[in-house]
Design a binder for this molecule. Structure first.
Ligand code: NAD
Length: 523
């Protein structure tokens, strides 16, 4: 059963270009649905290359005056935005609940975590300073960071506020102008946020919003005035975006999908590990690139089997307690019917593969039009089962028993994503053994969602399906990405004080002035 809002309550999401709300040139829109009941809550513009051209040109026109401001002046405007986000957090979180399906606590965290990157960007006047060094006699080298120009950001559905803010704050405060392409599944949040940027005092054209799907993405990348692209989304599209940018000699960082492993040693603390595993795999309905996907229970054959059975029982018990809903503490739906069917497909294939479904989230599937699937736990007996190896992106935990530490490492390291991994143990030496050998970019010790916070930057492992392009996003990696280092080498050989100044100073017995002038070489 699908309900639809009355037409007057439906939000029409147009483009935001040069400070103006502009309908798409072709007049086409796509429905936006509330994932908890599939009711139509909005219509989002499907932009064409004409819309993209208009937005990129607006950003390009705004670049000279925006980049000419001091970093401090730009950071000051960003600081006002930070306050506005705080005072509008509840409103933004409500939009996130409605269009993404997160529960209210998760939605508020989405806003708060995005605002942390804003805080970091407000420190760029201190963090982005150039260096100076005397590299030879009378010769100094200094550098400064210049912005790139128009930066394009393409983002996924799963964090409507936070992921766009992996790019916007640092790109903007470092002096770039931006065109953002939100996910067509969750366009309402950023449509509201651009108005907060406007209220904060960002000049027209500095931030632009183009909505749409594939056509807008390819037009943005191909636009000759686009200088750099950040992408966050699934691996096949990340690779497509990265390859296209590379062919056009554009700077690009493209973050893709994930398959994250949690390794529980027999010496882990059962209660805290069980809680953390459940939060990691079922939080945000499993739709996080940092979510746990596979739990490897290490049973070293020295009488540890009973302990690992207790851990698994506690994980099942805690996951079973989760209730369906978008209120705080409950678990929301997945984003759409396509995603729901994909998740159910993995569970069904695992059954055919001989796996045991220890907790079956299919019991949540109903006829209210919502994309509900409950926490699911699968005990695999075959490592080649597709749910063990591919990104499921839903509240599904694959459990697999291994007989040694090395087997756990081999399974983790053979996965093609290399995004995140975590080890659970009460022994620091055991933890260090693992973090030296695990091949993933973001590692946790007793932390199931090991997201590095600023100044550490975020990103998967180069050379795997989790990251195409060689730079991270957020933190100090983002400063490197969004700027060019301009190096200036200067030579002021001494003495370079004009003769008449020396003569005048000697006449007036101002030896120290002459010495100083000679030494500094600045006259
Ligand atoms: P997606 O790849 O379907 O979409 C991401 C963006 O690409 C959207 O803006 C979409 O409009 C656009 N897009 C979709 N198809 C396209 C095409 N054929 N050509 C050009 N552009 C296209 O991803 P999603 O479903 O929105 O998000 C879920 C995925 O994002 C998961 O795989 C998840 O792991 C990943 N993700 C990764 C990270 C990370 O940091 N590595 C963070 C969040 C999400």
């Amino acid at each position: 059963m699908t309900t639809t809002m009355s037409e007057k309550d439906i939000t029409i999401v147009n483009n935001y270009i040069n400070g103006e709300i502009i309908p798409p040139a072709g007049g086409d829109y796509l429905d936006v649905q509330d994932p908890s009941n599939s009711s139509v809550i909005g219509r989002v513009a499907l932009s064409t290359s004409d819309d993209v051209d208009r937005a990129v040109r607006a950003a390009h026109a705004a670049f000279p005056s925006w980049s000419a401001l001091t970093t401090k002046a730009r950071a000051g405007i960003m600081l006002s935005f930070h306050s506005l986000v705080k005072s509008h957090a509840a409103e933004l979180a409500s939009l996130i609940v409605m269009e993404n399906g997160k529960n209210m606590t998760e939605a508020l965290a989405d806003v708060a975590k995005g605002n942390e990157t804003v805080e970091y960007a407000c420190s760029l006047p201190q963090l982005m300073q150039g260096r100076i060094d005397a590299v030879s006699t009378d010769v100094t080298c200094r550098d400064r960071r210049d912005p790139l120009g128009v930066v394009v950001s393409i983002v996924p559905f799963n964090f409507p506020f936070m992921v766009p803010h992996w790019t916007l704050p640092i790109a903007l405060v470092s002096g770039n102008t931006v065109v953002l392409k939100p996910s067509e599944k969750v366009p309402l949040t950023m449509y509201r946020v651009v108005k907060l940027f406007e209220m904060a005092g960002f000049p027209k054209g500095v931030i632009n919003l183009v909505n749409g799907t594939k056509e807008s993405v390819t037009s943005l990348i191909d636009h000759p005035l686009c200088r750099a692209v950040t992408f966050v989304g699934s691996s096949p599209i990340a690779k497509f975006v990265s390859d296209r940018c590379r062919a056009l000699d554009k700077r690009c960082t493209a973050l893709g999908g994930a398959k994250n492993h949690l390794i529980a040693l027999p010496d882990c603390d059962v209660e805290s590990t069980a809680s953390d595993v459940v939060v990691s795999y079922a939080g945000c309905a499993g739709q996080r690139c940092m979510a746990a996907s596979v739990l490897l229970l290490v049973d070293d054959g020295k009488g540890t089997d009973a302990q690992q059975k207790t851990l698994l029982r506690r994980v099942i018990e805690k996951a079973s307690e989760i209730e369906r809903g978008t209120e705080p503490g409950k678990m929301g739906p997945v984003i759409d019917g396509h995603s729901l069917n994909k998740i159910v497909g993995y569970i069904e294939r695992s059954e055919r593969w001989g796996a045991e479904i220890l907790l079956d989230g299919r019991s949540w599937i109903g006829d209210d039009g919502g994309n509900w699937i409950g926490p699911t736990i699968i005990l695999h007996h075959d490592r080649s089962d597709s749910a063990m190896n591919e990104e499921v992106f839903g509240p599904v935990l694959s459990v697999y028993r291994v007989g040694s530490w090395q087997e756990a490492i081999d399974i983790e390291n053979s996965n093609p994503f290399g995004n995140a991994a975590a080890i659970y143990t009460t022994n620091g030496g055991h933890a260090e053994w693992f973090v030296k050998r695990v091949r993933a970019s973001m590692l946790g010790i007793n932390v199931g969602i090991p997201v590095p916070r600023e100044p550490f930057s975020f990103g998967g492992l180069y050379g795997t399906k989790s990251k195409y392009g060689d730079m991270d996003i957020t933190g100090d990696g983002a400063i490197e990405f969004f700027t060019n280092r301009i190096k200036i080498t200067s030579k002021w050989p001494a003495p370079c004080v004009p003769e008449y100044v020396v003569g005048l100073a000697k006449k007036q017995k101002m030896d120290t002035v002459v010495d100083h002038a000679n030494f500094a070489g600045t006259m």
